[in-house]
Design a protein around this ligand. Structure first.
Ligand code: AMP
Ligand code: ZN
Length: 466
């Protein structure tokens, strides 16, 4: 039984998708006006791991992640750079796909964009107006939050509390300061689409309601995003979708904790961010994914190079084990290796609200068990096969932190051997007091992205650009 914490009910619930073996899953993706930062990456990677885990547990997952290509920030950026909004959005949508691939995020089943769903968006606003949930003022359309009885049910706030907490709005067109724009009349020079109210563009919230409905249906299983989206974005999505369709919108709401820097949320507006592509210049996708997965997806996580270094070092154990298993020359026959227990422990850990930190602990226990057996001499065929399958399914398939592909098998082995050979030569040069040569070897390796470190327990190395 899989349980997950549902933001809507504020408790852990048994996961029961609408269709027993299928999951419809929507994740709020990026607004494509810039490269995404590692805070965004945390949310994208966690949604990817949860999606992979559900697939591993036998569900047929349909995963949709939108790319917001109509939004104020894109228009602002376009004006700054003297380009069209479409040029900006296309450029950063391409960059998103490049970076997501580098991060080993599996391609979504669909990446809907508002520009491709304008008809559905306008139709949904029309339904809201018809149903009395929305009103038009001078070409703009607003959602009338006081009309929707369940407003506040996701964030757990009552309307009057929300009103008291909201800043005084200058917009006199609104009936209530919490009312939000469904349709915005275009100002001169702004991108615009036709609608019954004005030539203009949709608000951000209605885009996600209309796109998720178009791709996954009026009621679907899982909707996820960073916890900054609980209010107002997801609260508003519920009000819109349920107001328009008259049905429950989403059964399970998942929210990811923030990636922080010095205990402050990493964000574009605070300027305290690193882009994912810059971080990936120095650390592998595997290290970053492992760094994220070591903290539960709902808890805050502080970004630090120490944490990334520790992740890199920790993963070495799995990488080396994968290498050993690939190179092993097993003897025929069986042994008492009990892989089923490892699977059972792994599933039990992760079935509990996707507790991946615990899942990794099981994975490392498994690695210890297999290493101990490999150290005892010629491994059996069953050990090599079962351990290889486990590592492939879990470390590669669910977590995406080990790469079993053939290319990865051939090169790193030779590379590793050559690095070790050079380290040996450097030690020899030092023994012969040829420090110039020793330094040349160290610096030459450093230039190629391999940093040698003289530690208490001998010389180690780590890759800085892998
Ligand atoms: P945005 O492009 O700002 O709409 O964000 C894209 C996704 O990243 C959303 O699901 C956000 O909730 C999420 N996100 C933004 N900042 C952070 C952060 N510091 N930590 C975790 N997730 C974040
Ligand atoms: Zn959204």
């Amino acid at each position: 039984m899989i349980t997950l914490y549902n933001t809507l009910s504020r408790k852990k619930e048994e996961f029961k998708p609408i269709e027993p073996n299928a999951v419809k899953f929507y994740m709020c993706g990026p607004t494509v006006y810039d490269f995404f930062h590692v805070g965004n990456a945390r949310s994208f990677v966690m949604s990817d791991m949860i999606r992979r885990y559900l697939a591993y547990r036998g569900f047929d997952v349909t995963f949709a992640m939108n790319l917001t290509d109509v939004e104020d920030k894109i228009i602002r950026r376009a004006n700054e750079e003297n380009q069209s909004a479409k040029e900006i959005a296309d450029r950063y949508a391409d960059a998103f796909f490049e970076d997501a691939e580098k991060l080993k995020i599996r391609p979504a089943d669909s990446n809907p964009r508002p520009t491709e769903h304008m008809d559905e968006i306008v139709a949904m606003i029309e339904r809201l107006v018809e149903n009395g949930y929305a009103y038009e003022v001078g070409g703009n359309v607003f959602y009338d939050v006081a009309k929707f009885e369940g407003y506040g049910k996701l964030s757990g706030k009552k309307l009057d509390e929300l009103e008291a907490g909201s800043r005084v709005e200058v917009n006199k067109e609104k009936r209530n300061p919490l009312d939000f724009a469904l349709w915005k009349k275009a100002k001169p020079g702004e991108p615009k689409w036709r609608s019954p109210w004005s030539e203009g563009r949709p608000g951000w919230h209605i885009e996600c309601s209309a796109m998720s409905c178009a791709r996954l249906g009026e009621t679907f299983d899982v909707h996820a995003g960073g916890s900054d989206l609980i209010f107002p974005h997801h609260e508003n999505e519920i009000a819109q979708s349920e107001g328009a369709n008259g049905k429950p919108f989403v059964n399970y709401w998942l929210h990811f904790g923030f990636l922080n820097i010095d205990d402050e949320k990493m964000s574009k507006s605070l300027g305290n961010f690193f882009t994912a592509r810059d971080v990936l210049d120095n650390y592998s996708a595997a290290s970053l994914r492992f760094f994220f997965a070591q903290t539960h997806y709902r808890s805050p996580l502080n970004f630090s190079s120490d944490g990334l270094e520790a992740a890199r070092a920790g993963l070495e154990k799995l990488r080396v084990l994968a290498e050993k298993l690939k190179r092993a020359k097993p003897r025929a026959g069986k042994d008492d290796f009990d892989v089923e227990t490892h699977y059972a422990r792994f599933n039990e850990a992760c079935d509990d609200d996707f507790n991946f930190p615990k899942g990794f602990a099981v994975l490392f226990d498994f690695a210890r068990d297999v290493n101990r057996r490999l150290a005892q001499g010629e491994p059996s065929e069953t050990l090599v096969e079962k351990a290889g399958t486990f590592l492939r399914e879990i470390a590669e398939g669910v977590f995406g932190v080990v790469d079993f592909s053939e290319d990865a098998a051939a090169d790193p082995t030779l590379e590793t051997e050559l690095i070790e050979f050079l380290i040996e030569l450097r030690a020899e040069a030092k023994r012969e007091k040829n420090y110039a040569l020793a330094d040349r070897i160290r610096d030459g390796l450093a230039e190629r992205g391999v940093r040698i470190e003289d530690g208490k327990s001998g010389v180690t190395y780590r890759k800085t650009d892998a």
